[in-house]
Design a binder for this molecule. Structure first.
Ligand code: AMP
Ligand code: MG
Length: 421
């Protein structure tokens, strides 16, 4: 079932920058992406048990209250509060009981008690439940101490959720707890977005496939397995678009195929303006590319364009820069395209466990991890150090302005998990 009303597709000039733009601050790049990107995937209905991690296409409404009827929060005895008094007292115990799924059919009068178990519907006439530990019984009578608190040990109908309440909102990614909430309130299927398909294409004559012998001058393609895995973790559908040589015609053919099988194309390498930067040359030829020079370290220009109607994120080839640019720019963009809306992760402010003097002019991302509540930074900032990406468990973002970090200075830490990894 496809959404009958789809917004217009992205236009070829959707990534154009205002004239004179030089180094674009991260916040401005975010604002432009947020402004220009919109959902590109349709909707369908899925059964609740297939809804984990799917993006909701509409608000979910409770069909039933939780709890649907008043029930007992404990094992004990139900009474009518009006028939109780202060001090020790006895009451007649009714024959029968109310158990979860097997309610007591009768009506209780003041001065009577009825056995009631956890989760059982409250019988008519009962407004208070006495905990069984506070009661003695011989099977015909119960004895207990007053005073009782009226309404004690009862869960009221709808005290959690009322029928008709919005329980989950459009754009939310369904969690295991959401599935419990939907099930409890009588929702058995959900309108979700089709999964965003994200193609990953590596470029460069120097790349060899892991597992193959690498010739002199070759390196293994590290970006493709990383990016495909990131997309999977984000909950999108990763499409392996392969490895393109530095050959314009072959790259074009592979880009055509990627565009046919995906909603978004992530490429790495070849995005600058060098002789062998075929990706930017190709996108430029089609008239739909802008090189976004981002005021960010690590990261070189990001080539943003459209290919056969599909947005293209031309990531830097360097794996560290490719990962940082994916987390900082491509991840929120994917959310917008996938129907989650534009969202940025929340940082955790934690004391640094390192020293750093930073110049003004660009935002800097350090490979970092938390130990004993403090942020440690990877010893080398060398952007070729893939081992630092693996060592890290997140990023520390240092502000665009100059700053001096000493041990104990608060810094903004974003765990990989905060990005959805
Ligand atoms: P480029 O942007 O094509 O100039 O590449 C920048 C650097 O990243 C070069 O050192 C490339 O060899 C390297 N590189 C490009 N693509 C990959 C990849 N898929 N895996 C590992 N390194 C890469
Ligand atoms: Mg290259």
């Amino acid at each position: 079932m496809n959404d009958p009303l789809m917004p217009p597709p992205l236009t070829d000039d959707c990534f154009a920058l205002p004239a004179g733009t030089h180094w674009t601050p991260v916040a401005e790049a975010h604002a432009m992406l947020e402004d220009r990107l919109a959902v590109v995937v349709g909707t369908k209905t899925v059964a609740l048990d297939a809804a984990l991690d799917r993006v909701l296409a509409q608000d979910v409404i409770a069909r039933r209250a939780n709890p649907p009827e008043a029930n007992s929060a404990v094992d004990g005895y139900g009474v009518r509060h009006a028939g109780t008094k202060d001090g020790p007292q006895t009451m007649a115990l009714m024959t029968g009981r109310s158990a979860a799924g097997a309610p007591f059919e009768g009506v209780l009068a003041a001065g009577q008690a009825v056995r009631i178990l956890t989760g059982a519907t409250i019988p008519e006439g009962v407004d208070t439940v006495i905990l069984q530990e506070g009661v003695t019984t011989d099977g015909a009578q119960v004895a207990f101490h007053g005073p009782l608190k009226k309404g004690a040990n009862l869960r009221q109908a709808g005290e959690d959720v009322e029928a008709g309440d919005v329980i989950l909102t459009e754009g939310r990614r369904v969690t295991p707890a959401d599935m419990a909430l939907a099930a409890a309130t009588g929702v058995s299927d959900l309108q979700v977005r089709n999964r965003l398909r994200v193609a990953v294409l590596s470029t460069g004559d120097e790349l060899a496939q892991p597992g193959e012998d690498a010739r002199a001058g070759q390196i293994y393609d590290a970006n493709r397995p990383m990016l495909l895995a990131m997309i999977n973790r984000f909950g999108f559908e990763a499409v392996d678009a392969g490895r393109a040589p530095d050959d314009r015609a072959e790259l074009k053919r592979m880009m055509d195929r990627a565009a046919e099988t995906s909603d978004l194309i992530l490429t790495s390498g070849g995005a600058s303006a060098g002789d062998e930067d075929h990706l930017s040359a190709l996108l430029n030829e089609s008239g739909a590319m802008t090189l976004w020079r981002l005021a960010i370290k690590p990261g070189r220009p990001l080539a943003l364009g459209m290919w056969r109607g599909k947005p293209v994120f031309g990531l830097p080839g360097n794996p560290v820069a490719a990962m940082v640019c994916t987390l900082i720019f491509a991840r929120p963009a994917m959310g917008a395209l996938a129907g989650e809306g534009w969202r940025l992760p929340e940082p955790m402010m934690v004391p640094a466990n390192f020293t750093k003097s930073k110049k003004p002019g660009r935002r800097e991302y350090l490979r970092a991890r938390l130990r004993d509540g403090k942020a440690e930074a990877f010893a080398s900032e060398g952007s070729g150090r893939i081992s630092g990406l693996s060592w890290a468990e997140g990023l520390v973002a240092l502000p665009d302005d100059a700053c001096e970090i000493a041990p104990g200075t608060d810094v903004a830490f974003y765990s990989y998990a905060a990005f959805g990894l």
